[in-house]
Ligand binder design. Structure first.
Ligand code: C5P
Length: 239
């Protein structure tokens, strides 16, 4: 496989063409951002950790029957994925109140929710990724009724698989964000990354944050914390 020209540069990743039109080459970067890019830093080692954690998680999701874009990890910071058209939605699943949900509804962080909820946000930096309703998605031709139901169902399936995976390594999966893409034949695949950048992960016993809230809230260095998540995942794979 050969790395071709740059297709897209995001906040934390670069995507490159390859000599196979169905395959994209991803490089994870060390850049950390929060507050929609207003807070920005280079953090050595972050790209490597997120690439490894995402690769392990997507591999586990594949083995659990979740259709996704992941092909293989090819270096410490790189992976190959299937080419998809990203649906401009951030699909957030919440098991416990935290972050924007807690703030908007004045519910204490860590409050369990009676059932996992799925929130949709319109992926648009200029608009600051606003929350979006199902009617809005349909009227703006972002997704059809059938697609919305599939996204919701897949998001909840991912939640079931990941909640169990993280529980095994003493981590409480509070909430997380997913993105999905469409293949040319219209199939919907789970895409993007799943890492401490995109999940809220709390230590089951101490309730310590093992995620990007450390960076967002200036609570310390994310590297040892992300390394801890990777070590626990690797140890579980070895067991
Ligand atoms: O911002 P909020 O508290 O609603 O975030 C819910 C979850 O989605 C968190 O796990 C957060 O890390 C993730 N998220 C993300 N990218 C965004 C917004 C939220 O990964 N742009």
């Amino acid at each position: 496989m050969e790395k071709g020209t740059l297709l897209y540069e995001g906040k934390a990743k670069q995507l490159f063409e390859t000599n196979d039109p169905e395959v994209v080459w991803v490089e994870y970067l060390n850049q950390a951002t929060a507050l929609n890019g207003a807070k920005k830093d280079m953090i050595t080692g972050k790209g490597e950790l997120n690439n490894q954690i995402t690769s392990l998680i997507f591999d586990f999701l594949s083995r659990s029957g979740i259709n996704n874009h992941f092909i293989q990890q090819i270096s410490a910071t790189e992976q190959l994925i299937r080419s998809v058209n990203i649906i401009p939605l951030e699909v957030v699943v919440r098991n416990k109140a935290a972050g924007s949900f807690s703030k908007r509804l004045a519910i204490e962080e860590g409050t369990p929710l009676a059932f996992p909820i799925v929130d949709f946000y319109f992926k648009n930096d200029q608009l600051d990724d606003p929350m979006i309703t199902e009617d809005h998605m349909k009227v703006l031709n972002i997704a059809t009724e059938k697609e919305i139901q599939l996204l919701r169902q897949m998001a909840l399936e991912v939640n079931d698989v990941l909640k169990r995976l993280f529980k095994e390594i003493n981590i409480d999966l509070i909430d997380f964000k997913l993105e999905f893409g469409k293949t040319p034949d219209g199939a919907i695949l789970l895409a993007d990354e799943i890492s401490p950048d995109t999940c809220r992960l709390w230590d089951l016993k101490t309730k310590d944050h093992l995620d990007k809230d450390i960076y967002r809230r200036d609570l310390g260095d994310i590297i040892p914390v992300y390394q801890e998540v990777l070590d626990r995942l690797n140890k579980r794979e070895g067991d």
